[in-house]
Ligand binder design. Structure first.
Ligand code: UDX
Length: 443
């Protein structure tokens, strides 16, 4: 396809998903306009700054800005004028105090864009939404867009992981096209041709199935993590070792070892809120029983946090108040500065609330953590926060924490006691360096 024939793309919402999508599509040769209602975000992106931590993305942003194929705007009129395909990439967070997902940003994006749509075009949702959202949005588009029936809607869920976002976008393990017409299918094919040319498996389906795929995938991943963490609870009661158990399960390739790492459990902006939103929507449409196990998956996951605190308490001889605790990690996972529903900070905050003096270090998420939890203390390195600590707690498995030399760390702490919340360390090495080592689900 020549440059002139490539569909022109817009990406509405420039958070993790949208910024990555816009930058990657421009890097593939498409002419892309990214839109956000947050002017500061747009200013940053225009000046070549990625507003969040994502390995490889800043370099790709610089390259694509220079190519002239990527622009950013806050104007829906400009976006509508530019785009043949408009990707909706805004957030769908959990509603405060409810399990349901907050669709107000998706709805606002459609309401902002639709009145400017005056020609045949495709709106393609990428945001994670409860099944049924697309049909509601199609109604809105048809009602508000001057082009009326000429505006089509598709659903094209995104499976990127933070920390691997560029690779997951450019070399996804599959594409899902939820479409209602051959034209929409042809448009999405044109939008992803370079990725399809890599032989990427593609599932073409209806809108509802495409919406469901994402919820079902994230629910499966969350279930797998909670499954191994449930086994950890059984191991704790029996003196068995969940790490060996997980390893033995993983050799069965029907089970597989990925997402079978026991420990503090899952957090982040996706898995926790998606399982809740899925259970909530299933209840609304009368099939709550089918996914009621997701409530249990959530409960197992929450218990990991309180069990980690129990381990710290046990190491401290029963009391947290007055203890000095070094927390290694704040982000919900390594290679990310994202602290949304971060198990690490949940644990740190709770221990602070129980009267401990908690000092936190994270290689990337400190600014975000400080903003959100100013009551906690922060340090400049693992060594720094561990100084005079009564116990060290590893909460996010950054590579630099795995590489800590236990004999060096032993020189700065008050007591050589460590809780490995992520099963990231070699217990034998730490024990032989004189540390009292504890991990969930391990003797
Ligand atoms: C997830 C999905 O993986 C991705 O496909 C989707 O598009 C968005 O949601 P992400 O939130 O970036 O991606 O993180 P992920 O790598 O899935 O990890 C989620 C959480 O699970 C992290 O807190 C991680 O620490 C935890 N986890 C993961 C475990 O506790 N054990 C594991 O074995 C794997």
């Amino acid at each position: 396809m020549s440059q002139a024939e490539l569909p022109r793309l817009t990406v509405i919402g420039t958070g993790y998903l949208g910024a990555t999508h816009a930058i990657c599509m421009a890097s593939l040769g498409y002419d892309v306009v990214g839109l956000d209602v947050d002017d500061r975000k747009i200013q940053k992106l225009r000046s070549g700054e990625v507003p969040f931590f994502e390995p490889g993305l800043p370099e790709l942003l610089a390259k694509t800005l220079e190519s002239g194929r990527l622009r950013f705007t806050t104007s829906y009129a400009e976006a509508a004028e530019h785009g043949d395909i408009h990707f909706i990439c805004v957030g769908t967070p959990q509603q405060p105090g409810l399990d349901a997902c907050d669709l107000s940003y998706v709805e606002a994006a459609v309401r902002g864009l639709a009145p400017h749509l005056t020609r045949h075009c495709l709106v393609a949702g990428k945001s994670t939404v409860p099944v049924g959202t697309a049909s509601h949005l199609l109604g809105l588009l048809r009602e508000l867009a001057p082009a009326g029936e000429e505006v089509e809607l598709a659903w094209n869920p995104e499976f990127l992981r933070e920390g691997f976002a560029v690779d997951d976008t450019l070399r996804p393990d599959r594409l899902v096209f939820g479409v209602a017409s051959d034209w929409a299918r042809e448009r999405l094919t044109a939008a992803f041709q370079p990725i399809l040319d890599l032989g990427t498996p593609t599932v073409v389906t209806d809108l509802a199935t495409a919406e469901l795929v994402k919820m079902a995938a994230n629910s499966f991943l969350a279930t797998k993590i909670s499954y191994i963490n449930a086994m950890a609870e059984v191991c704790e009661a029996t003196g068995a070792d969940v790490r060996d158990l997980a390893q033995a399960l993983a050799y069965d390739d029907r089970i597989g070892g990925r997402f079978l790492q026991p420990g503090l459990g899952f957090g982040g902006g996706c898995l926790p809120k998606d399982i809740r939103a899925f259970a909530h929507r299933a209840e609304e449409i009368g099939v709550g029983q089918a996914v009621s196990f997701l409530r249990e998956v959530d409960a197992i996951n929450r218990r990991r946090r309180s069990r980690t605190i129990d381990l710290v308490r046990e190491l401290l001889g029963g009391r947290l108040d007055g203890a000095r605790i070094a927390c290694l990690g704040a982000a919900f996972k390594p290679n990310s500065d994202d602290i949304r529903d971060a198990p690490a900070l949940d644990v740190a905050r709770t221990m602070h609330g129980l009267g401990a003096t908690v000092r936190v270090y994270d290689p990337a998420a400190l600014d975000n953590a400080r903003r959100m939890y100013p009551e906690l203390r922060y340090g400049t390195s693992a060594m720094d926060v561990a100084r005079d600590a009564d116990v060290v707690v590893l909460l996010t498995e950054w590579a630099e924490f795995r590489q800590i030399d236990p004999t060096v760390l032993a020189q700065v702490v008050r007591r050589t006691r460590i809780v490995d919340g992520r099963h990231a360390l070699d217990a034998d090495v730490w024990r032989s360096a004189g540390w009292e080592y504890r991990a969930l689900g391990r003797p």
